[in-house]
Design a protein around this ligand. Structure first.
Ligand code: PRP
Length: 187
C-alpha cells in the first residue's frame, strides 16, 4: 500500500528541484571529508543554528569522525548595512562554555551574510579556540557583509529555495530535497 505523505501535497508548489536527496548527500560527504581532515584527533562543538539547519546538521554530524559535542542556537540579525552596524538577536543561546574549544557553526544557507558574520564574531569573543562555519548553500549574489565560510556545499543563484530544512513561512522544511518555490506560492 502506498501511503500519501504530507509532503506529497507540497511538491506541486515546486518549480524545479535544485538538489536531490542524493546530491545533498554527496555535498554533505564532501564537506565532512574536509572537516574530518582539518580536525583530525581534535574535539569540536557543533553549534546547530535553528531551525533551518537541522536536517543538514543531522546528516553532517553522522559523517564526522572526531569527538563531536552538540549545542544549539537560534539567532537572527537586525539593523542594516555592514556587520559593524548590525545587531545580533540571540533568541536561544547555547549551554556550552566554548572557551578554548573548536566551534563549528552549522547553517543551512548564507544569504546577506549578516547573521553568520555577527555570530562568528560573538563566538570568537567568547574565547573559542577556532570558529568555523559549515553551510550547505550560499547565495553569493545576495552578500552584503563579507564573512569567511570555511565549508560551503554549493553556491546557488538568487532563487527562492525551500526544503531540507529551508522554509517559506515555516512550510516546506520537511521536503527531503532542495527545490525552487513557484512564485505563485509566495506572492
Ligand atoms: C536563515 C538561515 C541563516 C540566515 C541567513 O535563517 O538559516 O540563519 O537566514 O541569512 P543572512 O545571511 O541574510 O543573515 P532564518 O532567519 O530564515 O531562520 P530559520 O533558520 O529558522 O528558517
Amino acid at each position: 500500500m502506498i501511503t500519501k505523505t504530507v509532503s506529497d501535497s507540497m511538491h506541486k508548489d515546486i518549480e524545479a528541484i535544485m538538489f536531490t536527496k542524493q546530491e545533498i548527500s554527496q555535498l554533505t560527504n564532501e564537506i565532512a571529508a574536509r572537516i574530518n581532515k582539518d580536525f583530525e584527533g581534535e574535539e569540536i562543538i557543533a553549534v546547530i543554528i535553528l531551525k533551518g539547519s537541522i536536517m543538514f546538521a543531522a546528516d553532517l554530524i553522522r559523517c564526522l569522525t572526531m569527538n563531536v559535542k552538540l549545542d544549539f542556537m537560534q539567532a537572527s540579525s537586525y539593523g542594516s548595512g555592514t556587520a559593524s552596524s548590525g545587531v545580533i538577536n540571540i533568541k536561544k543561546d547555547m549551554d556550552s562554555d566554548i572557551k578554548g574549544k573548536n566551534v563549528l557553526i552549522i547553517e543551512d544557507i548564507i544569504d546577506s551574510g549578516r547573521t553568520l558574520s555577527l555570530l562568528k564574531q560573538e563566538l570568537q569573543s567568547r574565547g573559542a579556540k577556532t570558529v568555523s562555519i559549515a553551510a550547505l548553500l550560499s547565495k553569493p549574489e545576495r552578500r552584503v557583509v563579507e564573512v569567511e565560510v570555511e565549508y560551503i556545499g554549493a553556491e546557488i543563484p538568487d532563487k527562492f529555495v525551500v526544503g531540507y530544512g529551508l522554509d517559506f513561512d515555516e512550510k516546506y522544511r520537511q521536503l527531503d530535497y532542495v527545490g525552487i518555490l513557484k512564485p505563485e506560492a509566495y506572492m
